[in-house]
Design a protein around this ligand. Structure first.
Ligand SMILES: [Zn+2]
Ligand SMILES: [Zn+2]
Length: 138
């Protein structure tokens, strides 16, 4: 067993371990990913489904994508945090882990972007506005 990294939901009832090295990482700006995350994109850390070791109970929600695929979101029933997506037709054997659920994702580099036509103009860093390392001073 090589190096691993850990992740969890907000409340901590769902915990997981994955290998340190992911297969790839990507951002999706499709409308369902925006609805699901409440922000401009879903950033996926991609692992083999068998490499994702979960403790805690998950709930799931399945919908049919525009391409006709069955897409299932797996989330913590207590706090609602999304943990991963499965889409066996398009991505057999893979778990698309919500990158923000990783405890440490600083080294994640998205390799490509899909549904860029739906990327909202407000997704993009504006160097001309103030940037605070944490919350701004009162
Ligand atoms: Zn939770
Ligand atoms: Zn999407």
């Amino acid at each position: 067993m090589g190096e691993t990294r850990t992740g969890s939901c907000m409340c901590g009832k769902v915990q997981y371990v994955v290998p340190r090295d992911m297969k790839t990482a990507a951002k999706c700006h499709c409308q369902m990913c925006q609805k699901s995350t409440g922000t401009s994109n879903f950033t996926a850390a991609v692992y083999g489904i068998d490499d994702l070791k979960i403790t805690g109970d998950l709930k799931s929600y399945t919908y049919t994508s525009d391409a006709g695929n069955s897409v299932t979101h797996h989330f913590c029933p207590n706090c609602g945090s999304k943990i991963f997506i499965t889409n066996p037709t398009a991505f057999p054997g893979l778990a698309l882990v919500f990158a923000g659920s990783l405890d440490d994702s600083h080294d994640l580099v998205p390799q490509f972007v899909v549904f860029n036509k739906r990327r909202p103009a407000w997704d993009g860093d504006n160097p001309d506005i103030p940037h605070f390392p944490e919350m701004p001073p009162a």
